[in-house]
Design a protein around this ligand. Structure first.
Ligand SMILES: [Zn+2]
Length: 341
């Protein structure tokens, strides 16, 4: 199973630190990335679309609490769940700086309650097996070399439902001459006008300058990563134009219509997956949400919290808390990503 390289994890931390400071209006690091005004607009749109998604899941009797969001960044979706859906749960990201900014952005988005903030690695989740009913991610899994490892971790900790959305599906019809940013240059704007841009350049300019992995997986790779799931609802959609493919899938039988398949190969696409899993083992029922966390060294749920850290009573490992963010990283990785903590 392909793991994310350590240099990519370090890249994520440094890139997100700069990006969030730009989004907070402190300094422009990346001209191609949104500034403070643009990001607030984008976050408002994300909140609105997530609200529809959560309402829809609710109407299918899917329990949204407790939840775990992987790659939560500024936590607007997790804060939407805690503030407007009466849910409780965790927002997890590898970027401490992004999580630290959550109260600031929640205020701007008028979201009053925040989830528990966990700085951790999606490939090594600090949660007990089978412990969280609703595990979800948006725009996150494509930052890894393959979807398998993160999905395996999401499946391990999930008790009932896994949901992910807004992940790219590979566009084969692209020369990939360079990587473009959110804000286009003049030349790129002209190329966009004549419909050439999306076929000669790919997204993720600023990200790749910091070793952040920016991937697209083919339908086959998604299928492979989701092998063995018994109950999947899948939606595949071409990026610009064309019909969606929506279907229920069992095992590896994905009935995708040919037109959608061809259009995705040409334009690129997006994938949304709702996986309902039936766990054989009994679910853990805990009253205190923090009891769902496990020590990353001894893997036991023997953590005790004080105002400064989570402390493992079993192996004496310690996980510091800064700005209400619990840093749940294994000691070696923490030393590489956050040497000052
Ligand atoms: Zn321990």
């Amino acid at each position: 199973m392909a793991y994310q390289l350590q240099k990519s994890k370090i890249g994520e931390v440094i890139f997100r630190q700069k990006l969030v400071n730009q989004h907070l209006g402190q300094r422009i690091y990346f001209k191609g990335e949104p500034d403070q005004k643009q990001i607030i607009k984008i976050l408002k749109q994300r909140v609105a679309s997530s609200q529809n998604i959560f309402k829809n899941l609710n109407s299918q009797n899917i329990s949204l609490s407790p939840f775990l969001e992987i790659g939560a960044e500024k936590c607007q979706r997790a804060a939407l769940l805690t503030s407007k859906f009466n849910a409780q749960g965790f927002a997890l990201d590898i970027s401490f700086e992004s999580l630290k900014s959550a109260p600031n952005f929640a205020k701007k988005l008028n979201l009053k309650k925040l989830p528990i903030l966990i700085c951790a690695d999606a490939e090594n989740l600090p949660f007990a097996d089978n412990s969280i009913p609703f595990v979800f991610a948006f725009e996150t899994i494509h930052h890894f070399p393959k979807p398998h490892r993160v999905l395996a971790e999401m499946k391990r900790v999930s008790q009932k439902t896994i949901y992910f959305s807004e992940e790219p599906v590979k566009q084969f019809f692209n020369l990939g001459l360079w990587k473009r940013d959110y804000n286009l240059t003049l030349a790129e704007k002209i190329l966009k006008k004549i419909y050439l841009l999306p076929f000669i350049s790919r997204l993720g300019g600023s990200e790749s300058s910091h070793n952040v992995t920016e991937n697209e997986f083919s339908i086959g790779e998604w299928q492979d990563a989701l092998r063995g799931y018994k109950n999947l609802q899948i939606s595949l959609e071409p990026v610009f134009w064309g019909p969606n493919a929506q279907f229920d899938a069992k095992d590896n039988n994905w009935p995708i219509n040919l037109l959608t398949k061809i259009l995705i190969a040409i334009e690129g696409g997006g994938i949304t997956v709702l996986a309902q899993i039936k766990k054989e083992t009994r679910a853990i029922q805990k009253n205190n949400l923090l009891d769902l966390l496990i020590c990353l060294v001894c893997k036991k749920s023997s953590l005790e919290k004080n105002s400064k850290r989570m402390h493992c009573l079993s192996c004496q490992s310690s996980y510091p808390i800064y700005n209400k963010v619990i840093i749940m990283l294994p000691p070696k990785l923490k030393g590489k990503l956050y040497p000052n903590f």
